[in-house]
Design a protein around this ligand. Structure first.
Ligand code: ATP
Length: 600
């Protein structure tokens, strides 16, 4: 009990009164919130998750020698991991994710040989790869990601139970670690490090491997054209300038002068000419529009500016975990929304109500409150975990930023950037949008998807892309909203996963909406076919082609070539066979060229 009281005393901050029941006058600590004991009243588990507690972790924790689970995720604990935890030899789960911990992983932890889940991700830990981990033969989950670890990663073949290996967003150097023959291994994420060398062939020896991400390293050489490598999308290998091969559409012969996207500059003209030919030939008989579409040129610049902008020049780096800051209380939100007053409602979704609100400092935000139900603590934890990630990844300039949250038993809400321009749906169908405005929107959304597909691939973010999920800021810039992380999906989130091919399809439909100003649903009702089929059919008949485009675009002079180029991209994006759809970096490159021309 003294140990636990010490932990409570070291925290200067307990805004949620999480330790309210930690009362020294009770005979035993076993009835305290977040404490579990065995039959002999020995503490076996401590759960204090997402309570904003701060302070350091006391060395006396090592006295809890019956401890099996120590779960202190998403607080603000600082200082180092106490070496004394090595004395907790029953420990199986040590979860300190999302705190402000610094220093290295103490060597004393080598004694925790029963460890099965070691999650210290989203901290500021440093030093070399903790070799003591190699002594943990039971280890199944290793989350060291989003820290500042340096040096090489050792041979991990002794960790025969390992299922999840997440080392992304560190500073690891050397080669890809040896994981040959690890029968249980499911996920490997080594992205955003400084690893060099080639892709090892031993990945073939991992029968259960379902996720691999080695993007954004310094890897070189051929990506073998074998089934194990083909199983993963090009984004799994992106950001390694020295890699080549069919999977990433980069010829190894060109490797001496690779700039990251060279292959796509050559594929873009080819990609475009196909639809352009269909359109031109379909228009050929129309007479009316023939002149308008003549002079189509499918020449593309391989502009360096475009290439550099591809990775989302705006804020594409993730924020450091030190920005972790969970949340508002219900009382604060109630005050900020004037008691969730009807007058402040700006929108109602299927499972949420969105309020306009003012922060104490005067900034206007949107508060998205999830529908009222009885939340379980599991739902709450999943919600907070999802929030923590969304907060970081929505810092990109093409996203509606998730700023904060409220996660209490009676209220779950996200605090978002307020978008005064409303939805793209509203702007496109109920107001007017110039061609440049539409192209600008398409570029912004494409940048967001490139960022999600390349830089955030590890999170497998679900984007339900449609005009009502694209919001417009005060400067008319478009931002994607309503992202979800399936791993943490609450009952409010989309439960099914998504694929990059699926996102590309949805993006293609958004392009078609921008070109036609027709809603996919109304086409479904009136034409009894989906939007892309309808457009394909229309392209075969000149009179239908005329009706297909938004009339205001047809009346805008000098944009015929640009219309064709965007139509061409939209057709490719909505290809029936998912693998035939282009990648978002390819798409963005074409759209940026169109934007460049539209601005002239
Ligand atoms: N950040 C924001 N700024 C301004 N308005 C917003 C913001 N977020 C949402 N809205 C408005 O609130 C409405 C409801 O948003 P919400 O995300 O709850 O549902 P939805 O995405 O429209 O529907 P569903 O969740 O059923 O797909 C939106 O259509 C939009 O008009």
């Amino acid at each position: 009990m003294q140990v636990l009281l010490q932990l409570a005393q070291l925290s200067t901050n307990d805004p949620q009164n999480a330790l309210g029941s930690w009362d020294g006058s009770r005979p035993s600590a076993c009835s305290w919130q977040g404490i579990r004991c065995n039959a002999a009243n020995r503490v076996t588990a401590i759960f204090i998750v997402n309570k904003q507690l701060d302070g350091v972790l006391p060395p006396s924790l090592g006295l809890l020698t019956y401890l099996i689970t120590l779960d202190l995720r998403f607080n603000k604990f600082s200082g180092s991991i106490p070496p004394s935890l090595g004395a907790c030899q029953m420990l199986q789960t040590l979860s300190l994710s999302g705190n402000l911990l610094t220093g290295d992983v103490p060597s004393e932890l080598a004694q925790n040989t029963r460890m099965s889940t070691f999650a210290v991700n989203l901290n500021m830990l440093s030093g070399s790869f903790p070799l003591q981990i190699l002594a943990w033969r039971e280890l199944s989950v290793l989350w060291l990601d989003n820290n500042m670890f340096t040096g090489s990663i050792p041979d991990l073949t002794s960790m025969v139970q390992l299922k999840i290996l997440d080392l992304q967003n560190n500073q690891f150097t050397g080669t890809i670690p040896n994981v040959a023959g690890l029968q249980a291994l499911l996920d490997i994420d080594l992205s955003n490090n400084k690893l060099s060398g080639s892709l090892p062939t031993f990945l073939d020896t991992l029968p259960k491997l379902r996720y691999l991400n080695v993007s954004n390293n310094h890897l070189t050489g051929l990506i073998p054209d074998t089934s194990v490598f083909l199983r993963f999308p090009a984004s799994a290998y992106a950001g390694n300038d020295g890699l080549c091969g069919a999977i990433i559409k980069r010829d190894c012969a060109d490797n001496s002068n690779i700039s990251g996207s060279n292959s796509t500059t050559t594929s873009a003209p080819k990609m475009l000419s196909k639809t352009a030919i269909i359109v031109i030939s379909s228009l050929g008989g129309a007479g009316v529009l023939l002149g308008m579409f003549l002079g189509v040129r499918c020449a593309y610049r391989g502009s360096q500016d475009i290439l550099e902008d591809l990775r989302g020049g705006e804020d594409s780096t993730l924020l450091s975990s030190s920005n972790v800051n969970v949340g508002y209380t219900v009382a604060q939100l109630t005050k900020m929304t004037n008691g969730f007053a009807k007058a402040n409602i700006i929108g109602v979704g299927s499972s949420s109500i969105v309020y306009r609100s003012m922060l104490p400092g005067g900034a206007i935000v949107a508060i998205k409150r999830l529908s009222e139900v009885k939340y379980s603590s599991d739902t709450q934890h999943a919600f907070v975990a999802e929030y923590q990630i969304l907060k970081r990844i929505t810092q990109h300039g093409s996203m509606v930023r998730v700023l904060n949250c409220c996660a209490t038993p009676s209220c779950m809400a996200l605090v978002l950037d307020f978008m005064p321009g409303g939805t793209l749906e509203n702007k496109l169908y109920e107001q007017s949008m110039s061609w440049l405005d539409r192209v600008d929107t398409a570029v912004s959304v494409a940048k967001g998807l490139v960022y999600l597909h390349l830089d955030c691939a590890a999170h497998k973010v679900v984007v339900d892309l449609k005009p009502s999920h694209i919001l417009i800021d005060a400067d008319s810039k478009a931002h994607i909203t309503d992202l979800h992380i399936p791993r943490f999906a609450t009952k409010y989130a989309y439960s099914q996963g998504t694929t990059t091919h699926g996102d590309v399809y949805s993006y293609g439909i958004v392009l078609l909406e921008l070109l036609t100003r027709k809603k996919p649903n109304s086409i479904l009702v009136t034409e009894r076919m989906n939007m892309s089929k309808w457009v394909r059919k229309a392209l075969l008949k000149p009179e239908l082609t005329v009706q297909m485009f938004d009339i205001t675009l047809l009346c805008t002079s000098g944009i015929d070539e640009q219309l064709l180029q965007v139509l061409d991209v939209a057709m490719l994006c909505t290809h029936e066979i998912p693998t035939k759809r282009p990648s978002m970096p390819d798409v963005l490159k074409v759209l940026m060229k169109v934007k460049h021309d539209a601005q002239k």
